[in-house]
Design a protein around this ligand. Structure first.
Ligand code: ADP
Ligand code: MG
Length: 269
């Protein structure tokens, strides 16, 4: 199937810059068991400031797509541009923040010391810092916990620290790979709301991987559905819900209908 270029609809003003430009990207992995086409001819343009959620079955290439954008994997063919540069240049400029499912905090460092870690490793210090580590811990709801060690924090709190750490370099692009996948539902709901507030206050572009249909619909301005074997774009579903979303929105008919629509597409992925 030939793929047409997929344009995302967003609430923000038209004509803004493209944060991520993925053109005909194919990624293959060769192992003892043969070659897997993890991504097949992906074409995707994400405007600056967008919140895009990526949804799809296990193994459809969601993590691989984020890793290509983050300069952690080289595509076999095609090109990726992040904020006008190659992913490696964008990474060197510290334009990219990454949050994984596991917060991966250093156990011997306090919350605030973990947040400051990216300032100490790799390359030069950023010239400007929009927020201090203390302000970022406030932003993620951890005021007063600056000097706590990871073992003193709950899973949700550790993930908040990981988000603050990703934001310390003021990245223009935030890549999140199932960041709330290991949390209980109540904590996840709360962090979903908070993430939308963080997105509103930072203006950063977010690519957020999940395999929860609810999370994908609640967070995204658009949901990108990927199909597996080979990993490919199945559909982009716009989410025409208000910007300032609260968890109670999930009980509305509009939301329930969107979830049903996403589920129907997902069943064909
Ligand atoms: P998802 O995040 O959607 O679950 P992944 O991007 O992790 O999917 O994987 C996509 C496909 O690529 C899967 O078939 C997976 O087994 C394969 N894959 C991913 N990373 C590697 C790797 N480093 N080596 C070999 N195969 C890999
Ligand atoms: Mg994954």
């Amino acid at each position: 199937m030939t793929q047409t270029s997929l344009k995302l609809s967003t609430h923000s003003s038209p004509g803004r810059a493209t944060a991520v430009d993925i053109i005909n990207v194919t990624v293959r992995f060769t192992t003892d068991r043969g070659t897997v086409t993890a991504l097949d001819n992906i074409d995707l343009q994400v405007p600056a400031g967008a919140f895009l959620t990526l949804l799809g079955p296990s193994g459809c290439g969601k993590s691989t797509l984020l890793r290509v954008v983050a300069d952690l994997i080289e595509p076999a063919s095609g090109s990726v541009t992040v904020l006008g540069s190659s992913p490696s240049v964008a990474r060197g400029r510290r334009d990219i923040g990454f949050v994984f499912q596991d917060a991966a905090l250093l156990p011997w460092r306090t919350a605030i010391q973990n947040v400051e870690l990216p300032l100490e490793i790799g390359g030069q210090k950023p010239t400007k810092q929009r927020w201090s580590s203390k302000e970022l811990l406030q932003l993620v709801g951890l005021a007063g916990w600056e000097h706590a060690f990871p073992h003193e924090l709950s899973g949700g709190m550790r993930q908040r620290v990981a988000i603050a750490r990703a934001l310390i370099t003021d990245p223009k692009l935030l890549l999140m790979d199932e960041p709330f996948g290991a949390l209980d539902e109540i904590t996840r709901d709360r962090l979903n709301e908070e993430l939308l507030q963080i997105w509103a206050s930072t203006g950063t572009t977010i690519l957020f991987v999940t395999h929860s249909i609810y999370e994908a619909a609640f967070l995204g301005e658009n949901v990108l559905l990927l199909a597996a074997n080979p990993g490919r774009v199945k559909e982009i579903v716009p989410i025409p819900l208000p910007g300032n979303r609260k968890v109670s929105l999930r009980e509305t008919k509009g939301f329930v209908d969107l979830v049903a629509q996403l589920r129907r597409v997902l069943e064909t992925c």
